[in-house]
Design a protein around this ligand. Structure first.
Ligand SMILES: *[C@@H]1O[C@H](CO)[C@@H](O)[C@H](O)[C@H]1NC(C)=O
Ligand SMILES: *[C@@H]1O[C@H](CO)[C@@H](O)[C@H](O)[C@H]1NC(C)=O
Length: 480
């Protein structure tokens, strides 16, 4: 016996419509496409002398009643609409229980059914049942691999196929994307609903989860389909491991090329700004090993990473020293040196403090004149290894202007504009403040500051390279 689908219907058998209430049916029966529906119908004798001569099930479709099934106590059952009797039958053919079973259901079985008893002396009496045929949709959701772009486009699609009535699709996400939904009616009368989740695909959206929620009459609760977005973006490359203390005859120095991207770049190509790699280095995937530091590695190393979306290179300027940097050696000489350096630093600090106080007093005088409020700008120092500016420096007159790092992208053309545009918003990968160039309007003013900053940490002023255009490039890492 097939399942009795009776969603939404009152389960009690309701009285029929006539006064001598004797036909009991369900108001509404819900069945699923391809399954069976059971339409109960019982005759309850109101009077002991009442006689039933025949039962007829009729279906009303487009304003016309058609006989579906007839039961006669002598002639037995008959199914005028289903001559072979394969889809329609009585559950237990009798005059008291004329429950009808239809299945496998088709969508056109939906309609209003009348269970009519021909009685004597009461005449015809009937009960009415609405049969609703639902199609349970098949729900799927998938992500589309799309490249980062500044154009909104679908990044995921959710489909609820062959449902009836059409499913309702919504999306859950924190990404604030837009959705567009369309419906197609299939040949069998079912409806396929397709919903697209649309975004301006960004690197940040990669790996994020959006959830498609499908609501349908056939589902006791909404079905949720999580989708993990896949936004393709070119490699983001950085070289790490340079400790700024490569000196002649040092053993074991290493650079590591790190790259992020979707898909993840796995191939790294090392070179130098002057062409091929020096003989003294060995490459192991992302690692560049120097067994013995010599003048041949006094160059700029370039690591290039490639994935399906693009090819990006980053360079690292290596400065080979004649001797280890002061901070590295622990000898007595170095100690003395650092003491001297320390005293010197304190002296310079004092001098700068004095200059600062003087300037401040002057500014205060000026401010009293203009009555404007002073907004100290945050300053960033170009070299990742330089100390953060002391509080005193943070209030020097002129803010330093940070210009975005340059970077050589060999992406496809349509990516280029976008990359340039994004470069300004993107935080430098791996937190390398050193990827940015900082332009100083007054180099003379800055020179002593940098010298001081470097001296405090035992660095040479040479760690920074003054350029004739007034910018200072960190030697630690530079975007190309
Ligand atoms: C959604 O669409 C609106 C209007 O078309 C657009 O302004 C907005 O940027 C879109 N949102 C996203 C996340 O793409
Ligand atoms: C490395 O090159 C710089 C100039 O780029 C030079 O000043 C320095 O002396 C060189 N180091 C060695 C060990 O040759």
């Amino acid at each position: 016996m097939g399942p009795l689908w009776s969603l939404g219907a009152l389960l009690c058998l309701l009285p029929g419509s006539s006064l001598a209430q004797t036909v009991r049916v369900l108001d509404e029966v819900t069945g699923f496409l391809g399954q069976e529906a059971v339409l109960p119908c019982h005759f309850v004798k109101a009077a002991p002398d009442s006689k039933v001569s025949q039962v007829t099930w009729m279906k009303e479709a487009s304003g016309r009643k058609q006989n579906v099934a007839v039961f006669h106590p002598e002639h037995g059952p008959s199914f005028p609409m289903d001559r072979e009797g394969t889809r329609i039958r009585f559950r237990t053919p009798s005059l008291e229980d004329t429950t009808l079973v239809i299945g496998p259901l088709r969508l056109d079985d939906q309609g209003t059914y009348f269970c009519e008893f021909a009685t004597y002396p009461g005449g015809n009496q009937d009960g009415v049942t609405h049969l609703i045929v639902l199609a349970k949709p098949t729900n799927t959701a998938e992500a589309h691999e799309v490249k980062v772009s500044n154009l909104e486009q679908p990044v995921a699609t959710c489909t609820s196929a062959q449902g009836k009535p059409p499913a309702r699709i919504t999306w859950q996400s924190s990404l604030g994307g837009n959705t567009s939904t369309s419906e197609v009616t299939n040949a069998d009368g079912t409806i396929t609903v397709t919903s697209q989740y649309r975004l301006v695909p960004s690197k940040e959206a990669n790996g994020q989860r959006v959830t498609c929620v499908v609501e349908h009459k056939s589902l006791p609760q909404p079905e949720t389909l999580p989708v993990t977005l896949s936004i393709l973006y070119p490699p983001e490359v950085s070289i790490v491991g340079y400790d700024d203390n490569w000196y002649l005859s040092r053993n074991e120095a290493m650079l590591t090329c790190r790259a992020d991207g979707n898909p993840m770049p796995t191939e790294f190509i090392w070179s130098t700004s002057s062409g091929p790699l020096p003989k003294t280095v060995t490459v192991q995937g992302g690692n560049l090993l120097v067994q013995n530091v010599d003048a041949s590695v006094n160059t700029t190393f370039i690591c290039q990473a490639t994935n399906r979306v693009g090819q990006v290179a980053t360079e690292q300027v290596i400065f080979v020293r004649d001797r280890p940097a002061r901070r590295q050696s622990g000898g007595a000489g170095a100690l003395a040196g650092s003491i001297v350096g320390g005293i010197l630093a304190v002296a310079i600090l004092g001098a700068i403090l004095a200059v600062f106080l003087l300037r401040r007093r002057r500014r205060q005088r000026e401010q009293r004149g203009t009555k404007g409020s002073y907004d100290p700008k945050t300053r960033v120092f170009g070299n990742g290894t330089a100390p953060p500016p002391a509080r005193d420096f943070a209030e020097l007159d002129r803010p330093l202007k940070a210009t975005p790092g340059r970077r050589r992208d060999e992406d496809e053309d349509d990516e280029d504009d976008y990359e340039d545009e994004r470069e300004e918003q993107r935080p430098p990968p791996y937190g390398y403040a050193g990827h940015h160039h900082h332009r100083f309007e007054d180099e003379d003013q800055l020179g002593p500051m940098l010298r001081l900053g470097s001296a405090l940490h035992g660095y040479e002023y040479d760690d920074m390279e003054s350029q004739h255009d007034g910018s200072i490039i960190s030697k630690t890492a530079v975007y190309v």
